[in-house]
Write a protein that binds this ligand. Structure first.
Ligand code: AMP
Length: 113
């Protein structure tokens, strides 16, 4: 087992509050939510971040975004939502396993930095 937190969550070794799961992708609630809905969508295989997206894994990454849309619909975010992926130290990525934050349920600010 890799030492990666989200690999352990994907494997079920560390518990999470799942909102969606299929063979290749998992979505679960963020432990420190920044909005009424704050879900993380991850590929089950380890990809360290957006900088590691390649032609070979692009279909899986696209599926992660499809799942983000499914989760947003499940959560009733018909008024809109935001999908964010932090990559690297300057973006304050804290878990080095590709994840897409799905945020919504309130009016989000325009602040990007
Ligand atoms: P980032 O800072 O973009 O790398 O996002 C990592 C996210 O993972 C943060 O929003 C954390 O709150 C969240 N997080 C860390 N540990 C857990 C956990 N065990 N379960 C759910 N979310 C977590």
């Amino acid at each position: 087992m890799s030492d990666c937190l989200f690999c352990k969550i994907a494997a079920g070794v560390i518990p999470s509050t799942k909102v969606y799961e299929d063979e290749t992708v998992l979505a679960f609630r963020d432990i420190a939510p920044m909005a009424p809905t704050h879900v993380l969508v991850i590929p089950k295989v380890h990809i360290s971040g957006v900088s590691e997206i390649t032609a070979e894994n692009a279909a899986l990454v696209g599926h992660c975004l499809e799942v983000a849309a499914i989760v947003a619909a499940q959560e009733g975010l018909e008024n809109g939502f935001r999908v964010v992926s932090n990559c690297g130290a300057d973006a304050c990525q804290t878990v080095n396993h590709l994840h897409f934050h799905v945020l919504g349920g309130r009016k989000l600010t325009l602040e990007m930095a």
